[in-house]
Design a protein around this ligand. Structure first.
Ligand SMILES: [Zn+2]
Length: 175
């Protein structure tokens, strides 16, 4: 039976795809977000090379549909285009008749998935122990960067620092 697990960036921060031989699906927008951080770039490359991570992008019609739904519940949290792409992929699979589950710890993503009757799962209860890594982010376009980069390559704004919650296990494996 074809069952697909779709992961967003919170699942990467939790280390999920790195500690499993299972195959996961994600979108280009999620990868673009993570690939700005060297820490993830090399690890993600390995996943792609060993086919444990597959990239699929939703059809534009599903992206628009999710975007419209997101606007209606805007009071909860503004979803990024990466967030929307991942929910749209779950919808795309569902329409194709492919069983899938969206794995995310992002409340906004979970909430919209629930409203749209998509199957989702949280990582909260899996016993992951978290630590943190410092990253920089653009306060305007919300893109992430390595901590030594000071200005946003897209809009030129000064970046802000933040501690990103990341699984302790992942930090142990730093080369
Ligand atoms: Zn920016």
């Amino acid at each position: 039976m074809d069952f697909r697990s779709i992961i967003d960036s919170t699942a990467f921060y939790a280390g999920l795809p790195f500690h499993s031989l299972e195959c996961y699906y994600t979108t280009d927008l999620i990868l673009n977000e993570l690939n700005r951080i060297t820490f993830f770039r090399t690890r993600i490359e390995t996943l792609l090379n060993t086919n444990r991570l597959l990239i699929q992008n939703p059809l534009p019609i599903y992206y628009s549909k999710v975007q419209t739904n997101a606007k209606n519940i805007e009071k909860i949290k503004q979803l990024s285009s990466a967030d929307i792409s991942i929910i749209a992929l779950a919808l795309d699979f569902k329409v194709q008749g492919i069983d899938n589950c969206l794995i995310s710890d992002d409340y906004g993503v979970q909430n919209l998935a629930k409203i749209m009757n998509l199957e989702f799962n949280s990582l909260l209860y899996t016993g992951i122990k978290y630590s943190g890594i410092w990253i920089n982010f653009c306060p305007y376009c919300r893109k992430l960067f390595d901590s030594q980069i000071k200005t946003c390559s897209d809009c030129g704004s000064s970046l802000k620092k933040k501690l990103k919650r990341i699984s302790k296990d992942m930090l142990k494996n730093i080369d």
